[in-house]
Design a protein around this ligand. Sequence first.
Ligand SMILES: Nc1ncnc2c1ncn2[C@@H]1O[C@H](COP(=O)(O)OP(=O)(O)OP(=O)(O)O)[C@@H](O)[C@H]1O
Length: 237
Amino acid sequence: MPELLIAAPPTPALALVDAWHLGRDFRLEGQAFSALQDVSVQVRPGDRIALLGASGSGKSTLLHLLGALDTSTSGTVSWPALGRASALRPGPVAFVFQAQSLLPPLSALENVALPLILAGQAQGSALKEAQIWLERLKLGALADQLPEELSGGQAQRVAVARALVSRPRLILADEPTGQLDSATAADLMDVLLDALDPGCALVLATHDPVVARRLDTVWQMDGGRLSVPGRRAGGAA
Ligand SMILES: Nc1ncnc2c1ncn2[C@@H]1O[C@H](COP(=O)(O)OP(=O)(O)OP(=O)(O)O)[C@@H](O)[C@H]1O
C-alpha cells in the first residue's frame, strides 16, 4: 500500500517586529499631542513596505518606535526574531536617514566601515568590506571623497552602503529620497532594491507615491493613524 505523505504546513517565520496598538504622545506648550494612535503592524523577513504619508503624518515617529530609537506612550513593540531592544544595533537593524547623515570628516569609505569598526571589527578588514559595498553600489571610484564632495544622490548611496555593510535583517529608511530629484530617487531605489538581501526586510517612509510603488506593500499614514494597512502598492485594496 503506498505510503500516504501529508505535508506539514510551513512554519511562518518569526516576525522581525511586532507592534501592538502603539501610541506616541508629545507635550507641546503644556498640551498632550498625539503623533501616533493605535498602530498595530508586523514586519516579516523579506517584507518590502512603503510607509506613505504627508509631512507630519507620523512616519518618522513610527519608524523610531519600530527601531527602538524611541519608546511608545501606549501599546507594545517587540522583536521576536531579533531579541531585545538593547541588542538591535549595530547589526540586525540599520537606519537610512533623509539627508546629511554621513560624518563630515570621514571619507565615503570610512563612513561605510564605521558600523563594523564600532561593532569591534579590525579596521583593515572593515575597510575592505566597506570597499566591496561601495563597489556594489557603483561608488567604488568615490571611496576617498569627503561627504561635502559628493552629490546628494551619491551621499545617499553611501548612506545605503553604510546601512547594508553590517548585513542587517531589517532596514528602516526615513525619506531616503526626500531631497533627490525624481531620476536620482529612482536610481537610489534601483541600487537599494538590487543590493538588498532577499531575507532582509525594508520599511521605507516616503511622501512620494512613485517611490512607494516600487515596494510590495503600502502602509498609508494619515494624522498619526494607519489607514488601509497591508494594501498592495499600485493594486486594489
Ligand atoms: N520630539 C517631538 N516633540 C514634539 N512633537 C513631535 C516630536 N516629534 C514629532 N513630533 C510631531 O509629531 C507629528 C508627527 O511627526 P513625524 O516626524 O513623525 O511626521 P512625518 O510623517 O515623519 O513627517 P515628515 O515627512 O515631515 O518627516 C508632527 O506633528 C511633529 O511635529
